[in-house]
Design a protein around this ligand. Structure first.
Ligand code: PHE
Length: 338
């Protein structure tokens, strides 16, 4: 008798067994008193002496295998019985309960997307504290405390220590990074900023910005234009147009606000862009020499650009959202759309 052939036969037979009775028949056929194994064992004494030992071992191995197969089948048959039985507490025929996956808040998603775009261009990602010193938030950035431009960055001061405040923009992280590192450097800074604005559809006392800056020898305004051009196309699509409008920031000179062609009307003029065809997306410029002086950089040797954008604004434009408050209400019907 060919033991290998018996093994193959066993494996196919066991597949089709689906009841305890079937399994019992199988057991008797192979393990019974007159079963296949008994017959095989009976053959042993008739073999030439030198073949007996190895044949005996094969028969033993086959026996182990059959016992194991029977045990496994018993397990699966009784398991299925248990699970399909009513009142057993476990019914595998019931439809499953889908677990809802969490997701990132749209602001986090847009912030991640922006940081990824810049990190592909070689910028590192750094963060700074939300409680800042007056120096980093203003003075170091060439904003004297009595300067009228400071009004634009109306500020929450800490009661306990009037030299500390909630940062009103992410630009103070420029000072932190430049004080601790030497050029060449390029970094983007995502984070929360605070301004005591009355809340309405476009204002919130807390919002998010991403700051970016690059400092090295011979950094020019065209580096700024090239970098922001790539960024705008990556976020808003390759057909987007961009323009730089002269502006004023105390910490950059020259300064510019950057507009993109309106993503709704493509520049023709509509209610979203106020018939202008353009949407403002960020502030930027060449880092002011006074800022470099504050951090001890050689203003003859180094130049650099900086920019800063509001994430809520970018997200609102990207997704056509008309009220900033939606980001902070955490209504799942809103959040689930992203
Ligand atoms: N900090 C400016 C703001 O909050 C934005 C900005 C950053 C402008 C860097 C120029 C350079 O409005």
């Amino acid at each position: 008798m060919d033991i290998e052939a018996i093994k193959t036969q066993i494996e196919s037979e066991i597949q089709s067994i689906n009841s305890p009775q079937g399994l019992e028949e199988f057991r008797v056929k192979y393990m019974g008193r007159k079963g296949v194994l008994a017959q095989l064992t009976g053959v042993i004494p008739t073999l030439p002496v030198q073949e007996r030992a190895s044949f005996g071992q094969q028969v033993n191995a086959l026996k182990e295998k059959i016992l194991l197969i029977i045990k496994e089948k018993q397990g699966s048959l009784s398991g299925e019985k248990l699970m399909t039985q009513k009142g057993s507490g476990c019914d595998i025929t019931m439809p499953g309960i889908a677990r809802e996956l969490g997701r990132l808040h749209p602001i986090s998603q847009v912030m991640d997307e922006i940081c990824t775009i810049f990190s592909r261009m070689g910028f590192s990602i750094v963060e700074g504290p939300e409680i800042e010193t007056e120096f980093n938030n203003f003075t170091g950035l060439n904003i004297p405390l009595d300067h009228p431009s400071r009004d634009a960055f109306d500020t929450f001061y800490l009661k306990s220590n009037s030299k500390l405040l909630l940062r009103s923009h992410t630009s103070p992280v420029q000072i932190r990074v430049m004080k601790s590192e030497k050029p060449p450097l390029a970094a983007v800074v995502p984070g929360k900023v605070y301004r005591p604005d009355a809340t309405d559809a476009s204002h919130s006392f807390m919002f998010h910005q991403v700051e970016g800056f690059m400092v090295d020898e011979e950094i020019t305004f065209s580096d700024l234009k090239g970098t922001l051009g790539l960024f705008a196309k990556a976020v808003f699509g390759k057909d987007i147009k961009m323009r730089f409008r002269p502006h004023f920031f105390p910490f950059t000179e020259p300064s510019a606000e950057v507009d993109i062609s309106c993503i709704i009307c493509k520049g023709k003029g509509c209610s979203v862009c106020g018939r202008k065809g353009w949407l403002e997306i960020l502030g930027s410029g060449m880092i002011h020499p006074n800022v470099f002086k504050h951090v001890g950089y050689d203003t003859k040797k180094y130049s650099g650009f900086a920019f800063g954008m509001g994430i809520e604004r970018i997200a609102m434009l990207k997704y056509g959202i008309d009220d900033i408050r939606l980001f902070f209400e955490n209504d799942l019907r809103f959040l689930k759309q992203f």
